[in-house]
Design a protein around this ligand. Structure first.
Ligand code: AMP
Length: 280
């Protein structure tokens, strides 16, 4: 498996693939690949002829007190996993390659980024949309694959693509979970045994909230049910639990579906997020 770290390299590899009539799929990641990432790579490989997996821990999407330095980095292992599941090329640029000296251009989606994670991570989505725009400009994929685990991120990128007329189809892929329901995340490796044992209460809470919505409950009734279940594990500290419209992320003015239940909790310093869309 080739690991390209230069933009010129990736551009010429993609151009070669295109000349051969291949479609191009991009799976953007920050590495430390797990089964969630693998599901995106496999989906891309099933649809597109040439699959690029990017591995880049993007500094501009981390806040000053967040885990940029501690974030797990294991490029060789990631490259083997990517190859095993159908990727053709790994793009793992340096920070200097992605952000040329003096870079001062950013891409920002307004509105959708104001609440949920956006409210607690100022600048996070600006960093995400900026780096994803760069990746789209570098790789020029036909399709890009994103996980519903980061639901707000997926929606924000869809909006960016639409607003900026980017010729990319955004493909949303379902959340992959551990057997006990915990959404897979590179950050799960930070959890102590005790925190790991408590963590599935986040998913259990969302499932309890889903029941409330399905039975015609209001958003705030659903939120109460989520919080009550998470509270059974006092080691988990709720950052937010919200019930919003799954398309606009605005507070719904109706009871029952459709509704997005989204939550973020801390287990020690580790921030875990999850969500459920209750379909209408
Ligand atoms: P990350 O490396 O955490 O930035 O994630 C890269 C991509 O993988 C994003 O589109 C995520 O939404 C997606 N992803 C991460 N975890 C999961 C999961 N458990 N199931 C599905 N997709 C995931």
């Amino acid at each position: 498996m080739r690991i390209a770290d230069r933009i010129v390299e990736i551009r010429s590899a993609v151009q070669r693939a295109r000349r051969n009539g291949s479609t191009v799929g991009l799976v953007p990641t920050m590495g430390a690949l797990h089964a969630g990432h693998v599901s995106l790579i496999e989906r891309a490989a099933a649809v597109d002829d040439f699959v690029v997996v990017s591995v880049f821990v993007n500094p501009t999407q981390f806040g000053p007190a967040e885990d940029f330095d501690a974030y797990p980095r294991r490029l060789q292992e990631d490259a083997s996993i990517a190859a095993e599941h159908g990727a053709h090329l790994v793009f793992a640029p340096t920070v200097e390659e992605m952000y040329p000296a003096g870079a001062s251009t950013f891409v920002e989606v307004e509105g959708l980024t104001a609440n949920l994670c956006g409210a607690f991570r100022p600048g996070h989505f600006r960093g995400v949309t900026t780096v994803v725009s760069k990746l789209f400009n570098i790789v020029a994929p036909d399709r890009a694959y994103f996980g519903e685990k980061d639901y707000q991120q997926m929606l924000v990128i869809r909006k960016m693509v639409r607003d900026m007329h980017m010729p990319v189809e955004v493909v949303a892929c379902p959340t992959v979970r551990e057997a006990d329901g915990l959404a897979m995340s590179s950050r799960n490796s930070y959890l102590s045994a005790e925190q790991r044992a408590a963590a599935p209460a986040l998913r259990r809470g969302l499932v309890a909230g889903e029941q409330v919505v399905k039975q015609g409950g209001t958003g705030s009734e659903a939120v109460q049910a989520v919080i009550a279940q998470i509270a059974t594990e006092p080691i988990l500290k709720v950052q937010y639990v919200e019930a919003v419209d799954p398309e606009t992320l605005a507070r719904p003015d109706h009871s029952g579906p459709p509704m997005l239940l989204a939550a973020a909790v801390f287990a020690g310093d580790t921030r875990l997020i999850d969500n459920i869309v209750v379909e209408g």
